[in-house]
Write a protein that binds this ligand. Structure first.
Ligand code: PRP
Ligand code: 7HP
Length: 185
């Protein structure tokens, strides 16, 4: 069924392309309704959120713009280092804008907590979070997710933007990576 070589490293498909796309359409409709009459500024967290932001944006019916921020937190490992730093800052001012942070996954919450504090310090009109995946079992810092695609179990997942060692982002679905690939259990 899957001709992609990367598929051999996948233990199981957790979310199919169809499930992901259906849920994104629902999120887009919800966000468009909630922000009706307003303009929305999407902030994508590089690199994992690129595909999600691109698909989500196409389901928004309100005027919107986008910018990107890059944060380092994982490196080559599957575990959070706890170290979060800016690799690429926003290009545009967010003062007075309605900001929606777009993340692929919230795991420990360290990355999102850092980004939320940074964004709030720059005086936007409002800030909300839209995340495709939430892995609540791994949370270290509590963070509020206003728009969520799916809650997932505590397994390392790849695909649809999510990587291991920069690979697998191009899989169209989200799959559980075989633990032997990353030396996990
Ligand atoms: C991943 C993911 C989130 C973050 C979530 O990014 O895209 O930004 O980790 O983890 P946390 O909740 O434990 O902080 P990563 O640092 O792997 O970079 P990437 O998006 O370039 O893959
Ligand atoms: C980050 C991350 N990246 C890819 N897959 C996962 O399961 C992840 N959790 N946190």
């Amino acid at each position: 069924m899957f001709s992609n070589d990367l598929h051999r490293d996948i233990e199981a498909v957790l979310l199919t392309e169809e499930q992901i796309q259906r849920r994104i359409a629902e999120l887009g409709a919800q966000i468009s309704a909630d922000y009706a009459g307003k303009e929305l500024h999407l902030i994508g967290v590089l690199r994992g959120a690129v595909m999600f932001l691109a698909d989500l944006m196409r389901h928004l019916t309100i005027p919107c713009s986008c910018d990107f921020i890059a944060i380092a937190s994982y490196g080559m490992d599957t575990k959070s280092s706890g170290v979060v730093r800016i690799l690429k800052d926003l290009d545009d001012s967010i003062q007075g804008k309605h900001v929606l942070i777009v993340e692929d996954i919230v795991d420990t919450g360290l990355t999102l907590n850092y980004i939320l504090n940074l964004i709030r310090s720059r005086n936007p009109a409002s800030v909300r979070v839209c995340a495709l995946l939430d892995k609540p079992e791994r949370r270290i810092v509590p963070v509020e997710i206003h728009y969520l695609g799916f809650t997932i179990p505590n397994r390392f997942v790849v695909g649809y933007g999510l990587d291991y060692a920069q690979k697998y982002r191009n899989l169209p679905y989200i799959g559980i990576l075989r633990p032997e690939i990353y030396g996990g259990v």
